[in-house]
Design a binder for this molecule. Structure first.
Ligand SMILES: C[S@@+](CC[C@H](N)C(=O)[O-])C[C@H]1O[C@@H](n2cnc3c(N)ncnc32)[C@H](O)[C@@H]1O
Length: 234
């Protein structure tokens, strides 16, 4: 039996070429709205620095670099194949001087304490073996007053929508994965990964227990995604 980490790694190595396409199809392009909302909420200033954990194909990493304009931005992921596709986009936008892509594990960041203004994680926290450890690492590497920002799938709360959504998410979505990119097991992982994951209120509580302050939890699109922000105490 593979560990969760090995399994998740194999999933993303396998789906990397079609990851961006499938994100658009499976979320009906909602992820674009969630990302725009998140960037607005973060209000990144020129020259600020960030580390984007589980950066995958670098959508968020690129937005951070474009907003910061001059601040160094790190994108970290353990799947080299995902990073390779991200690097193509980074190079096309001529951002390779500002963005450093690193193959590494979110559970143990190769950076010193108090290094960045922001630590972000997009659709990654669900995938890691110990989410509290990852939040601790994010908190460690941001400067006092810096922000930890998590954009992640979550659990819808409104009953009629909930049943319809779970039917789509658990039954239809893996079939679309099979039909469009011939990857059933990999897309079956998506609903499975949400089962053990805390809902938006529980995740906010985990942020607080870890010592983060000014914690905000914002459900998006009926709660199927959520944005969490916490500030490292000064
Ligand atoms: C669903 S993708 C999200 C990619 C990107 N952040 C986005 O917003 O589209 C999850 C990513 O997390 C990475 N990942 C999962 N567990 C990881 C870990 N322990 N350390 C580093 N990366 C990890 C996967 O390789 C994958 O690229």
């Amino acid at each position: 039996m593979k560990s969760k980490e090995e399994f998740v790694h194999s999933v993303f190595e396998s789906i990397a070429p079609k990851y961006d396409l499938m994100n658009n199809v499976l979320s009906f392009r909602q992820h674009k709205y969630w990302r725009r909302f998140t960037m607005k909420k973060m209000n990144v200033q020129e020259g600020q620095t960030a580390i984007d954990l589980c950066c995958g194909t670098c959508d968020w990493t690129i937005s951070l670099a474009q907003k910061s304009k001059t601040g160094p931005i790190v994108g970290l992921d353990f799947s080299q194949h995902m990073l390779d596709y991200g690097a193509i986009k980074v190079n096309e936008l001529n951002l390779q001087k500002q963005i450093t892509l690193v193959q590494g594990n979110a559970m143990s960041l190769p950076y010193e304490d108090n290094s960045f203004d922001f630590a972000t994680i997009g659709f990654g926290l669900r995938n890691v073996p110990d989410l509290q450890q990852v939040i601790r690492e994010m908190q460690r590497v941001v400067k006092p007053g810096g922000k930890i920002v998590c954009l992640e799938l979550s659990k819808p709360t409104w009953e009629p929508f909930k049943s319809l959504y779970y039917f789509y998410f658990q039954k239809v979505l893996p079939l679309l994965g099979k039909l469009i990119v011939k990857r059933y097991e990999q897309y079956k992982w998506l609903p499975e990964s949400l089962i053990q994951f805390p809902d938006h209120k529980q995740l906010a509580e985990i942020f607080r227990v870890q010592g983060l302050t000014e914690v905000e939890a914002i459900p998006l699109t009926g709660g199927i995604a959520a944005l969490h922000v916490g500030v490292k105490a000064k």
